[in-house]
Design a protein around this ligand. Structure first.
Ligand SMILES: [Zn+2]
Length: 196
């Protein structure tokens, strides 16, 4: 196996890992998470995680986009894998940049393709629909789950406006890190798709 060295390639402005023998540059870029707020009759579909991190906490069906896959197809695949739900996407509800851990999350609003049907996939302990006032806010797995649910609330059931972004410190929106028992400090960052 070749050694990699940290150098700034000619014409670039950042250090990269470069193969010492062939010059191949190992570009590292953010990963994309795709997922959905699946809504039925004012209720939202959440999955209780069966896998680390955050086992036992509730999350949206979401995960890493695969190579060769569109974000739309990825969101539908994750809903099927984690909740055995066939869904149709309404549109993009939110785009979150979790810059510190190199994630971009694209969250759709969606509905069931037919009658609501869902079950715990292999990565979930339990899957169920929650009314807004039933959402287990203290048991959400990640801040961006909280943000996404708030974005759904803000969008109502009509047409989706421009996608929401990260809530800023001056927003009137949720303060998820302060209000939820998310992992302490360094592992607090959202890793919604770490299962994939
Ligand atoms: Zn090489």
């Amino acid at each position: 196996m070749s050694d990699f060295v940290r150098q700034t390639p000619v014409g670039d402005n950042r250090e990269r890992s470069i193969c010492a023998s062939c010059g191949h540059i190992d570009y590292e870029n953010p990963k994309i998470i795709t997922g959905a707020v699946v809504v039925h009759d004012g209720h939202v579909l959440l999955c209780r995680r069966a896998i680390a991190p955050r086992v036992g906490f509730w999350t949206l069906p979401a995960g890493y986009l695969e190579l060769g896959e569109t974000v739309e197809a990825g969101a539908c695949r994750e809903a099927y894998e984690e909740a055995e739900a066939d869904i149709q996407l309404d549109g993009i509800l939110a785009v979150y940049s979790i810059a510190r851990i190199g994630q971009v999350q694209i969250i759709f609003r969606a509905r069931f393709s037919g009658e609501p049907a869902y079950a715990a996939g292999i990565e979930s302990q339990e899957v169920r629909l929650f009314a807004w006032d039933e959402i287990p806010w203290a048991e959400l797995a990640f801040p961006s789950v909280h943000w996404s649910l708030q974005a759904w609330r803000d969008s109502g059931s009509g047409p989706i406006g421009a996608p929401q972004g990260n809530p800023g410190p001056t927003d009137n929106g949720p303060e998820p890190v302060a209000s939820g028992p998310y992992p302490a400090d360094s592992s607090r960052d959202d890793v919604i798709g770490a299962s994939a």
